[in-house]
Write a protein that binds this ligand. Sequence first.
Ligand code: 0RA
Length: 655
Amino acid sequence: MTQKGGDYSASSIQALEGLEAVRRRPGMYIGSTDIKGLHHLVWEVVDNAIDEHLAGHCTHILVSILPDNSIKVEDNGRGIPVDMHEKLKKSALEVVMTVLHAGGKFDKDSYKVSGGLHGVGVSCVNALSSYVRAEVRREGKTYMQEYERGKPLHDVEMIGPANSRGTTIIFKPDFEIFETLEYHYDILAQRLRELSFLNSGLTIFLKDEREGKIKEETFFSEGGLREFVTFLDQGRTPITESVIYVTGKEENIDVEVAMQYNTGFQENVLAYVNNIFTRDGGTHVSGFRRALARVFKQYGDQTGMFAKLKMEISGEDFREGLTSVISVKVPEPQFKGQTKGELGNSEVVGVVSRIVGDALMAFLEQNPREARRIVDKVILAATARHAARKAREMVQRKNVLTGSGLPGKLADCSSRSAEESELFLVEGDSAGGTAKQGRNRAFQAILPLRGKILNVEKALEYKIYDNEEIKNMFTAMGVHIFEDEDGQRRLNTDKLRYHKIIIMCDADVDGSHITTLILTFFIRYMKEIIDKGHLYIARPPLYLLKRGKESKYAWDEEQRAAFTAELGKGKEDSVHIQRYKGLGEMNAEQLWETTMDPTRRILKQVFIEELATAGPRVTEDGYIYNDLFEILMGDDVPPRRKFIEDHAVYANIDI
Ligand code: 0RA
């Protein structure tokens, strides 16, 4: 009973100090205390269960969102040890739950590779939860301990027999720590689906037990990364029959790669280190790219397939229309870069390059018909890249020749300070006209875009430079594309003329679709603008409510109801409600008041969150979940319709 009666042992005091440090600076341990940090708690516990799976002891994990937004994670691993810890004189369970970084100490021999980005262990989850209950089933008995803000409420108790093995952790995130306490089923589902692809043979259940949200799913993948690639390529057309699949191990580094070419133009590579997504790639991705370039060059030269080609082939050409997933398991990963999203271990380059190179060469030699199709595609990519460069140079040179080079349709602002200047991209000439009248010309510029803009997802790059609207966007914004030393296409924003680029479209289904097309263009060709926080979406109001001389705008149903009651003062019938569908239904003054005036408008900033298995979504807070964008924009019409219907959130459209 070391915790009771004020009789703290030295070790308990140390544990408490450790957990106190976590509570004082939670960001240091779990990244943030927003919605991301909240979900991070789940990953910390799930990662421990996955380690059990990797060690060969766990086949099932059940994650439940309980009715009060607590989380329960149950696994059938070995169970956290409960025996007396010799030095600390308390149950190992208590040590794991209350001592920072204690989780792995018992387990030196096994190959522990999982662990979240921060890999801080369950004790952090404990420190940041107002209540935790840990239950362990081991050697026929069930043990249990509870905690409040990391402090044990009692010693570990044996509470009964057990006919299975494993661990169950229930935790309630602390309202004193987190800005938000509500779990999002979709965020959990996306990551758990991803984890099931990355850990084939592991079954993961997800269950939402909250009132009105009851839902459950099972994630299980037999084929692992092969199925992952097939999943990512839904809605695209493959050019080879099967997914190319490679596994191997060298220098204690496990390498697993799956890849398939499709008829599209995008490279889609997802890379993981110890189950952690590395958004900025790193040495594993370099090794993979190196293998691709080397093997295809060699194969093309051997077979004489590149003989006709007059131009040089760049690394990019081997990756056009390639979807791949790279997963490596590295004993001591080093993460680099600002967001730690890049693998740094240099020994990984050679290992991945050798393993992938050997397997790919064998595949090409054994499957000459498939190889031919891939090489043809590479040749096409090289040709198109040269055409695109020429087209780009034409557009950019013309710019220089015509003096100001600004498009005729642009109504520019008078300010020359990019920082205070705004560019509105407005759907349609008529709304463009209204916006020109309504704007503050000192710092607001208007560029009307005509009709449906080009779907860049389905057009070859050199074609997009023929498109008037797209050319206008480049020239109005003062940005241009160049190729860096690696031949990678990049955007030069040194001369960016506006720090806010605002997409302004109608609040209906068509407007929503046009917004999506413009966003797609930015994601594929001007991602830097989004990354630097310059891209916004305007939100026009949905209703104008009027009674007598009084009037009020409403942006959603809730406001409409509230304002109707407020204006009507008991007689709600007396309020006249006008539903705005298009920007054109407003006059210049109304458009200014509601949508353009910086002191009154609502703008949504656009961010990209690259979550591999995320659906195509622009959430209320402006996050674009990027990856299934192609389902949205690709050939497959029904899913696109379904997306627009499910997620038409730009302006709460009532379809
Ligand atoms: C420490 C040592 C061992 C397992 C674990 C912790 C463990 C932690 C969690 C958290 C959730 N589920 C878990 N399952 C296991 C090794 C166990 C052994 O050597 O018997």
